[in-house]
Write a protein that binds this ligand. Structure first.
Ligand code: MRU
Length: 340
């Protein structure tokens, strides 16, 4: 572990802040558990270190986990010349169950195993580059839905930290701000690990976008006072029918949005759509250590994600465009169009 310098960041650079980066011989990750207090970089030379970083949320957010895991697989091949690759695949795949990008990225890597270490490394670079392109496209499609002066509410963290690119929901907010269609962001603090209060606030501050953090339970009051024009979130897995798994608390927002007739948008790349999962009921939901919620062994249920039924989602914005209900059809058509 070494302290690193602050990288330059801006809303329009092609490579904004790079929280997941290849250092030539190792994977470097900014330790997200230490933000915003400290910018500490982790150096991973072995797949076990990557798996550990994913498990303890030093790197998190569905697409960023996928990118990190792809590099982890390459590191596994470097040290074992293939003998242990299936074991390394399992080690990485089992770190977190809900984000489907993790397995998707590992499968992409595994398919290139015959090419050796260099080929796997190339796949990891490609996944990272594809994510950046997808993020940019999603941001453009989503920002076009905004109107001047909009106040948006978001949940969890979906910026460069979460995708190793431009961000999903936060990328859309960044683009809307640049285009003059956004005036304010309400940031749910996102209990219990405070991805909103710690990470989204840190990113929005760097981008110069006006925001206020609110305790999660404040969202309904904001909506009833007419202070929210749009709700924009990311996703960890989207089922074939459009049901969306995302950070715990997302479902609550979607129900409130319906009550207040506020558009509820999910911004996610096609790699987050899992057509092998028919509905949200089949999405595995990660349950984390109660100790993250309560001290001293007090019993707690710590679900990391919830499922928002497709009927509550106004639009799913992907790099292939804005998808609308019925999602079974719009998702299948988008995947066909893009040759997936
Ligand atoms: O537990 P986390 O912090 O990995 O959860 C992240 C989220 O829920 C994000 O909203 C999701 O991964 C989409 S981010 C691009």
């Amino acid at each position: 572990v070494s302290s690193g310098s602050r990288s330059a960041s801006s809303s329009t650079d092609d490579a904004p802040f790079q929280p997941v980066r290849w250092a030539g011989d190792a994977l470097e990750l900014i330790d997200q558990t230490r933000l915003p207090a400290e910018e500490v970089w982790l150096r991973c030379e072995r797949p076990e270190q990557v798996a550990d970083a994913i498990r303890r949320l030093a790197v998190r957010g569905a697409p960023a986990i996928g990118v990190a895991a792809a590099y982890g697989l390459a590191l596994g091949l470097r040290e074992s010349s293939g003998d242990r690759l299936d074991e390394v695949y399992d080690l990485l795949a089992l770190t977190r169950p809900t984000a489907v990008n993790l397995r998707w990225a590992l499968d992409r890597g595994l398919a290139a195993r015959e090419g050796g270490y260099e080929a796997l490394l190339e796949v990891a670079h490609e996944i990272a580059a594809d994510q950046m392109r997808a993020d940019r496209a999603m941001a453009r499609h989503a920002a076009a839905l905004f109107s001047e002066g909009d106040r948006a509410l978001t949940h969890c963290n979906t910026g460069p930290l979460a995708t190793a690119g431009f961000g999903t929901a936060l990328g859309a907010l960044n683009q809307a701000w640049t285009d003059g269609r956004l005036s304010h962001v309400w940031v749910d603090e996102t209990r219990p690990l405070l991805q909103g209060a710690r990470l989204t606030a840190w990113e929005l501050g760097r981008l110069g976008i006006p925001f206020q953090v609110v305790p999660d339970a404040t969202a309904g009051a904001l909506m009833s006072r007419g202070l929210v024009d749009r709700i924009v979130v990311g996703a960890d897995r989207i089922a074939a029918n459009g049901d969306v798994a995302n950070k715990i608390g997302t479902y609550t927002l979607a129900v409130l949005a319906q009550r207040h007739a506020i558009p509820f948008y999910v911004v996610a790349p096609l790699s987050t759509i899992d057509t092998a999962t028919a509905t949200g009921a089949a999405i595995p939901i990660e349950e984390r250590d109660p100790g993250e919620v309560t001290p001293n062994g007090t019993p707690a249920l710590n679900l990391a994600f919830d499922v928002t039924p497709a009927e509550l989602v106004t639009a799913i914005i992907t790099e292939a465009g804005v998808l609308e209900q019925p999602y079974n059809e719009s998702i299948a058509a988008a995947l066909r169009r893009t040759g997936r």
